[in-house]
Design a protein around this ligand. Structure first.
Ligand code: PEP
Ligand code: MG
Length: 613
């Protein structure tokens, strides 16, 4: 009788896209089956010509449904439409809850957060850059060591004095080098920093590919010695032996210098993991944590363990603690060696998807490091870190961009992103109540048009055979982008520069863009998601805030990325710190992100992680 009745009942169907980034795994399948059982008629999921009874969890599971798959749900019965709608609603809900992080990333996250227990007294903090190291401490009090910035003339005199002392030091095996550098410095024109700097650039150019090429390093050293003083970097006397730096404050401009000392790790008071200091520490791969109070740590004269992966300092480690730390260090070294051996290979997932790995850089040295680490191009050149002391001349900019561009087939160069926590002494922005909400990034086209025009001209002139992608930061509206792009096109036309191989795009950092993607699709060539600022603006928490923390793994951020990915018709990459976080790589790949721009030091590790997905 039922069979006959069924013949006359109309079939209903609905097509649904699987939006859960982890696909339909055990828990969602169980929930769907239990809902389907509430209806007195058959409900079937059809996928790839295969049918599964929706009341049977195992049958749904056997369809192996993944993110992006399209399924048809078929039923027939009296309230069939209601059933279909309820199941669709449940699927949508499950996707929303599932969007946080994929299961294997979650496993990694849990492993990373494993509590390692040490016998000795512990000081806990928050991890900035993972890693473990053992060394004595070196305390640096920023107030005492003074970050006073010098005028060029004083910086020059001080540098000459230093070189004089170094060249007279009989203990110093390199005294002859310093003597030669002093003579070189003495002979350089020095009526202004610009003239001095141009002379150095010209000398370096003349020495390239000659028998005296080795002198280039001396010119660079001289420039750095003077530059550091102008920039208030007076902490160069850090020990050359192994040490863990304890400091009450660090500045972005100090990190490069620190990295060339015997530094093994950093413990710094109260910085935000998303501040620029933090991201530079990560870019130099220096194990680092931030603690609320360093006073307990400054007078220790034994070796300590900095377990930055666990966010801990073992103040007076036992023999057993030392064994634990050393075995973790050895393991990490072995893993990084094996990752490094494959660093020039493409990063291909197990299912054959190729993920392009680009690098985030700040200058020529980091560009070289990125190339050596296996990147396939530059996804973010943070130009504001290139010229920190004085306004660079057009020539100087041209020189710096050219030598970076010539290393790669593809470079994304970001126009000056000053403002917020990044300041330049020659770019005056009147005091603001909320600098992160004030003049920053593309808004400099409103306030410092000539400077921005000069930068665009330098970038356009520096382009060589490779592709140059000009990227504007802090874009909130379509008009801002169109205006900045028109200025660039105008400059190219006026200077007879071809726009072949030049493209224009935006960073997605301001939430308004999430609602304007369809409009942006009509004008931009590409997008790069700046998750550092996007998180800051989504949650309205200052990224440098010492105590208010943003949840890096919040589903809100992943939903935003999914939305961008879904709505964009142009290539999308991620260049924020999230892309360098191995704990979310699978999730990002599952969402459909195909290009990641990461910190150079992380390239081999990220590639290895992708191969495991
Ligand atoms: C970002 O905001 O994610 C980003 C990459 O830019 P920056 O960190 O330089 O502000
Ligand atoms: Mg940003």
């Amino acid at each position: 009788m039922r069979l006959i009745k069924d013949l006359f009942v109309k079939k209903n169907s609905i097509t649904v896209n699987i939006e859960a980034i982890n696909g339909l795994h055990l828990r969602p399948c169980a929930k769907i089956a239990s809902l389907a059982k509430e209806f007195p008629f058959d409900i079937n999921f059809i996928f790839n010509n295969q049918s599964a009874n929706a009341k049977n969890m195992n049958e749904i599971l056997s369809l192996g449904l993944e993110y992006g798959n399209e399924i048809t749900i078929i039923t027939k019965g009296k309230n069939a439409k209601d059933a279909l709608n309820e199941i669709k609603t449940l699927l949508d809900e499950l996707s929303t809850h599932d969007s946080k992080i994929s299961s294997s990333d979650e496993e990694l996250l849990n492993n990373e957060n494993q509590i390692i227990s040490y016998d000795g007294e512990i000081k806990a903090g928050v991890s900035i850059c993972g890693g473990v190291c053992v060394a004595n401490i070196h305390f640096m009090n920023s107030e005492l060591c003074g970050n006073e910035k010098m005028e060029f003339s004083n910086a020059l005199l001080k540098s000459l004095d230093e070189l004089e002392i170094l060249s007279n030091d009989n203990e110093n095996r390199e005294k002859d080098i310093f003597l030669a550098q002093k003579a070189m410095l003495d002979n350089l024109p020095n009526s202004s920093y610009e003239i001095f700097n141009k002379a150095i650039i010209d000398s370096i150019k003349m020495l390239e590919n000659t028998a005296n090429q080795s002198k280039i390093a001396d010119y660079k050293d001289i420039e750095k010695r003077v530059f550091d003083k102008m920039n208030g970097i007076l902490i160069k006397d850090l020990p050359s032996y192994d040490f863990i730096l304890i400091s009450n404050e660090l500045l972005p401009s100090e990190i490069k210098n620190i990295s060339t000392s015997g530094i093994k790790g950093v413990i710094v008071q109260n910085i935000s993991p998303r501040s620029h200091v933090a991201l530079l520490l990560r870019s130099y791969n220096i194990p680092s944590i931030t603690v609320d109070d360093i006073s307990k740590l400054i007078n220790i004269d034994n070796e300590i363990i900095l377990d930055a992966s666990s966010g801990l300092v073992a103040i007076n480690p036992s023999r057993n603690d030392m064994d634990i730390a050393n075995s973790r260090i050895n393991k990490a070294n072995m893993k990084s060696k094996s990752d490094a051996s494959d660093r020039f290979e493409t990063a291909t997932t197990k299912s054959g998807k190729i993920i392009k790995i680009l690098a985030n850089i700040t200058d020529y040295d980091s560009a070289v490091e990125a190339k050596e680490s296996g990147c396939e191009g530059i996804g973010l050149l943070r130009t504001e870190f290139l010229f920190q002391t004085t306004k660079p001349t057009l020539d100087k900019q041209l020189y710096e961009y050219s030598r970076i561009f010539e290393l790669f087939d593809e470079v994304t160069v970001r126009t000056l992103d000053v403002g917020g926590d990044k300041k330049l002494p020659y770019l005056i922005i009147p005091d603001e109540e909320n600098p992160f909400l004030g003049v920053r990034g593309i808004r400099l086209f409103e306030t410092h048009l000539d400077l921005m025009k000069e930068q665009l001209l330098a970038i356009l002139l520096a382009k060589q055979s490779g592709e140059v992608k000009i990227m504007f930061p802090m874009v909130a509206t379509v008009d801002e982008f169109v205006n900045a792009k028109n200025i660039a096109v105008d400059i190219a036309t006026k200077n007879d520069i071809s726009l072949d191989g030049i493209s224009f795009g935006i960073m997605i950092e301001v939430p308004s863009v999430l609602f304007l993607i369809e409009e942006f699709n009509k004008v931009v060539d590409f997008y790069s998601i700046g998750t550092n600022d996007l998180s800051q603006y989504l949650f309205a928490i200052d990224r440098t805030h010492a105590s208010l923390k943003i949840d890096s793994y919040s589903s809100v951020l992943f939903d935003a990325i999914k939305l961008i990915r879904k709505q964009s018709t142009k290539p999308v990459s991620i260049c924020g710190e999230l892309a360098s976080d191995i704990k979310v790589i699978k999730t990002l790949v599952d969402i459909g992100i195909e290009t990641l721009s990461v910190t150079p030091a992380m390239i081999p590790t990220i590639k290895a992680r992708i191969r495991d997905v």
